[in-house]
Design a binder for this molecule. Structure first.
Ligand SMILES: Nc1ncnc2c1ncn2[C@@H]1O[C@H](COP(=O)(O)OP(=O)(O)OP(=O)(O)O)[C@@H](O)[C@H]1O
Length: 420
């Protein structure tokens, strides 16, 4: 009886595998993989010999296998994905699976077999397996060449845990750590190029990311909110954003603009954003704020100005892009798939009431003096009462049961005007 089944084998990064972390790491990765493949024909996701095995259902065809690989390669924590077959530990099945697996690889010339067995009860040792499968493939691919060093494709045959696993196509994943292994952060997410990249970098390091977006509504249209929603849908492909809180900031910007010196407006807008984001982070049980600032990129991103915005919050503010050049950030945005969305013109709160010459080296004492005229706490509370919430697919937040989540949701429920 022949019983091939398509598989994807997920290889993960060594980094997460140290000591006691290993179990947590694998559990999160399996949970994320299972949830992200929910619409694919998957029979089960399990652990096998230091990898995560995705066993596709018996009916799964080549396209289903390719779709699964395309999803898996974007998932944080995945170093490489291989696809091939699981079959019985019978030589004719192993040979046939190797033939099928190698036939599914495009554009190669040289190849070799890499066999391994973990079972002493399997009578054929690795050397002999290499020889037997190699000879079978030589007959079927006479126009290709065997090469021991630097072959274009390696055909892997692993006889482990009661089956043979045979795969040839292996593609790189994005690496990092599984989302959910590094705690929760609140990311200040504009519809621009940088903050989605900053958010992605945090997600890739295993953080569960919650977005906060400040829109210029009602002083502007909701365009930036739709763009942020589009960005969140890109992140849903790998479970990168749990939810987004949108804060209509336009009216308060107008009030701020009327009362503070024009040169300090941007810093004061930013300080309000930080305060609101920190309140949301506390409610959510998040441990840090994240921005997309890069040193010196624009006027508000000098060390002096960054100090002035940091001064209003107690939580650490992480800036994953601080040392990156714009071109590197753009390259990442293109890789993630957010660049085109972020390049659409959208009037958000940043374009509102902009001064002609913003302060590039603000002094904290001047900023605090300007803010002394404003009812800061009252305005922050007003902004909190206007917050709107939208949830996204993020497996790492499904099992979150801390009380902050429920409280935050209750706090906004009264005010939810769901974005359409
Ligand atoms: N409307 C907004 N909503 C949420 N966060 C914002 C908003 N505007 C700015 N931020 C946060 O402040 C950071 C710096 O914004 P700034 O406008 O100075 O730079 P930027 O290079 O345009 O950033 P981006 O490309 O992320 O919009 C952003 O990366 C983001 O984290």
């Amino acid at each position: 009886m022949t019983s091939y089944q398509r598989i994807c084998l997920v290889h993960y990064h060594e980094l997460g595998l140290k000591g006691r972390n290993r179990n947590t790491f694998e559990r999160h990765l399996m949970r994320n993989v299972e949830a992200l493949l929910e619409h694919e024909p998957v029979e089960k996701v399990t652990r096998i010999s230091g990898r995560v095995l995705v066993l596709l259902s018996a009916q799964a065809d080549l396209q289903a296998g390719q779709r699964a690989v395309n999803i898996l390669r974007k998932v944080p924590g995945v170093a490489r994905v291989s696809c091939g077959y699981r079959c019985e530990r019978e030589m004719d099945q192993i040979n046939d699976a190797a033939h099928k697996a190698l036939s599914e690889v495009d554009g190669f010339y040289t190849w070799k077999v890499v066999a391994r067995r973990n079972h002493t009860d399997f009578p054929i040792d690795s050397m002999e397996l290499n020889r037997l499968v190699g000879a079978y493939l030589c007959d079927r691919f006479p126009e290709k060449k065997v090469q021991m060093k630097g072959a274009d494709v390696e055909v892997h045959v692993e006889v482990v845990q009661g089956y043979a696993y045979v795969y040839a196509l292996t593609i790189p994943g994005i690496g990092g750590l599984p989302i959910g292994t590094a705690g929760k952060v609140v990311c200040l997410l504009s519809s621009g190029i940088d903050s989605p990249v900053a958010t992605w970098r945090m997600a890739r390091r295993g953080a569960t990311c919650i977005g906060v977006h400040f829109s210029g509504r009602p002083q502007t249209q909701s365009t930036s909110e739709y763009l942020v929603d589009d960005i969140a849908h890109v992140f849903e492909e790998f479970g990168g954003i749990a939810r987004i809180f949108t804060v209509p900031f336009g009216d308060h910007q107008r009030k701020i603009a009327a009362l503070v010196p024009p040169a300090l407006r941007i810093i004061i807008y930013r300080r309000f954003m930080m305060r609101v984001a920190e309140r949301i982070a506390r409610d959510e049980g998040a441990k840090a704020l994240v921005t997309g600032e890069s040193l010196g990129q624009v006027a508000s991103q000098t060390l002096d100005n960054i100090n002035c915005t940091n001064a209003v919050v107690k939580m650490p503010v992480l800036r994953p892009l601080i040392g990156s050049d714009k071109l590197e950030i753009i390259a990442d945005a293109k890789k993630i798939g957010t660049y085109d969305i972020s390049s659409s013109p959208a009037p958000d709160c940043c374009t509102l009431f902009m001064p002609r010459s913003p302060e590039t080296h603000a002094k904290l004492a001047d900023v605090e003096a300007a803010e002394a005229e404003l009812p800061v706490d009252e305005w922050v509370s007003e902004l909190m009462s206007k917050v709107e919430l939208r949830e996204y697919r993020c497996p790492s937040s499904y099992d979150s049961n801390h009380h902050g989540r429920a409280e935050a949701k209750a706090a906004v429920d009264d005010n939810v005007t769901k974005l359409n």
